[in-house]
Each structure stands twice: as structure tokens, then as C-alpha cells.
Unconditional design. Structure first.
Length: 243
């Protein structure tokens, strides 16, 4: 990858076609809703006040929408959600959609945004398809643990194939025969999709992600994967700050 190639700029270029691309991925939105539901179900109660949630790596707002919809399906009240993404283009796409009161978006680096928040000020954090794109992975998890209120929940949702020969083979086959060719056909950002392949290939194993949460002091860490070709490839990891 050229040195001048920057991830946020690549997402800026891909932003206008990003929703159409992910819509072609079987189960993408359903899996996001499952990850959002894992967060919504574990949110601590706040005596009638709307829980405060961060959607880190919010992209064009699909994960934000999943949070709101699963909260509504759960019969809960409103959420205060801040979507954070380093790509101006993706946040612009998110802002162009309709949102209820209490939803905000900001362009920022996730670790830097967390660093500006007070201790114990957030009830839940969703990080969908974010952690493998962050160089300071442990710093991000530790900052999340710091800003979570007692009982608050972190949900990490991402691809991971390390430690599984089958998952690595499936991921390589899907990327080289479907994802990258489709990006070229749809005139999306092909280098971004090549980066997707290598970033997943080189990312932490699920066990490593779980250990990161535990090292940050989070408890009740658990994990699930999904059926179909994504089995062992797409994962949701959940941890809580001790009450």
C-alpha cells in the first residue's frame, strides 16, 4: 500500500457507494443488529434518563440505526447516541439521513474522542468494524473501560480469522473472488477493499480481543459468531465494566 494512502481518505472516496456495497454482503445488517442488541440488552438503567451511548466507527450510520431500532424493538426509551468516525465523507453520508432528537455525529479519531471524555460518563460503546483499523488497539479498549459507568457495556463487532485455517481460507476466497472484483465492477475504492482483506487477515484472533477487554478490567467477557460462510469469520465480543 502506498505510504500516502490514508484509511480515512479511502473511506471518504468510498462513502457515496458504501451503503450499496455493504447491502450486497449477506447478513451484514442483521449481524449489526445482533451486535447492537447485545449492547442494548445489557445497558444499565439510569433512573428514567436516556442512556448515553457511543457508536465508534459509525461510518454512514448503519450501526447507529441498528442501535436505535433494537432499542425500540426492546421496548426501551430513547438513547443519547454520538456517532464518531474519522472519515468526513462517511459522517456526511450519515448526517444526510433522518435522525431523532438525541443523535449526534462527529468527525474524530476514536481514541482522541474518548480521551476528551470524563471518567464513568458513558453507559455503552459499540465498536463495529473499528478495532482492527486502530493502531492503538489496547489504548482504545482501556479508554472505553475508563469512560464506561459501572455496569456499562462494550460491544466489539468485527471480522477475525487468525487462529483458524478454515476461516482464513474462506476469507481469502470471498475477498479475491467476490469482494475485490465487485468493488471494481461497482467503481468503489478497490485499494480500500484490498486493505479490508489484509487488515482482517492480520487482525487479532478472537481470543486476543477477549484478552484485551479483560486486561482493561472488563468482566463477563463473552463471544459469538454467525452462521453461513461468516461462521468463524464475523464475531461479536461483549464485556462489561464491573458494577
Amino acid at each position: 500500500m502506498p505510504r500516502e494512502w490514508l484509511l480515512a481518505e479511502a473511506f471518504d472516496r468510498a462513502a457515496p457507494t458504501y451503503d450499496a456495497m455493504v447491502a450486497l454482503s449477506p447478513g451484514y445488517h442483521e449481524q449489526l443488529r445482533c451486535a447492537a442488541a447485545a449492547l442494548v440488552e445489557d445497558l444499565p438503567e439510569r433512573d428514567g434518563r436516556a442512556p448515553v451511548v457511543l457508536d465508534l466507527g459509525c461510518g454512514s450510520g448503519a450501526s447507529t440505526r441498528a442501535l436505535l431500532e433494537t432499542r425500540a424493538d426492546d421496548g426501551g426509551g430513547p438513547l443519547e447516541v454520538t456517532g464518531v468516525d474519522a472519515s468526513t465523507g462517511m459522517v456526511t453520508e450519515a448526517l444526510a439521513k433522518g435522525w431523532p432528537e438525541g443523535v449526534w455525529f462527529t468527525v474524530a479519531d476514536a481514541v482522541e474522542h474518548l480521551g476528551g471524555l470524563p471518567d464513568a460518563s458513558v453507559d455503552g460503546v459499540l465498536a463495529a468494524y473499528l478495532l482492527r483499523n486502530v493502531p492503538e488497539r489496547q489504548a482504545l479498549v482501556e479508554e472505553v473501560a475508563r469512560v464506561l459507568r459501572p455496569g456499562g457495556v462494550l460491544v466489539v463487532h468485527d471480522y477475525s480469522v487468525a487462529g483458524s485455517v478454515r476461516a482464513r481460507a474462506v476469507w481469502a476466497a470471498v475477498c479475491h473472488t467476490v469482494i475485490i472484483p465487485l468493488a471494481a465492477l461497482k467503481r468503489s475504492d478497490v485499494p480500500l477493499h484490498r486493505y479490508l482483506y489484509t487488515s482482517v487477515r492480520d487482525f487479532d484472533s478472537v481470543a486476543q480481543v477477549c484478552r484485551r477487554l479483560q486486561r482493561a478490567g472488563l468482566v463477563d467477557v463473552r463471544h459469538r459468531s454467525y452462521p453461513g460462510w461468516q461462521d468463524g469469520v464475523v464475531h461479536t465480543v461483549v464485556g462489561r465494566r464491573a458494577p
